[in-house]
Design a protein. Sequence first.
Length: 197
Amino acid sequence: MAEPSTRFRTIPNSTDTTAINLKSERLANISGQAIVSTGDGNEADFGTVDISGGAANSAVVHVLWDVTADGGNATVETFKFWNNLEGFDIAGSKCRYQAVGGIDNTSPVNNENYVLNAVVGSYTWGDSPTSEPGAINLWPTTPPSGTEDTSMALSTTSDDVIMWANYIAIAAGETPGTYKNEDAGFQLQFTLKYTYS
């Protein structure tokens, strides 16, 4: 079997909750979405962070990931997310993230419900690992019965999405520059690893 074809999308922070209430809405094109490249160019944009007055945070960015062609596989699972902060000099600089679902996720355990116009205070954040975590740390947005699903079924495309929010916390005195991919030595690279069968 072939590796599944997938896509990453970012959605505007102003996306109304009613636009992502249901799995079918999250899988469909969402107004204002941007397809995010997995290579150089068209990266997820956290905006400019001004640390001239001290530590500061980027904007909150919401990312969705789903399978667009199954490659003959039936399942994707074990979703692990981490990032490489090489290029940052100050220990306080970090990426923070939270797994997110729609408001149809009525009793979330590991996910939190999507927040319209989210700011840093909108979610309970964790520090993104900077190497592969030992266990799953992102979950599908399927409404659970007291626990999140750990896998998504495939039938041509996936039956759900993985969605998370993240922001970059920049410490005072950090080396200024444009952090992206492996450009100019200021690397900020994210990895999503999963298994398929």
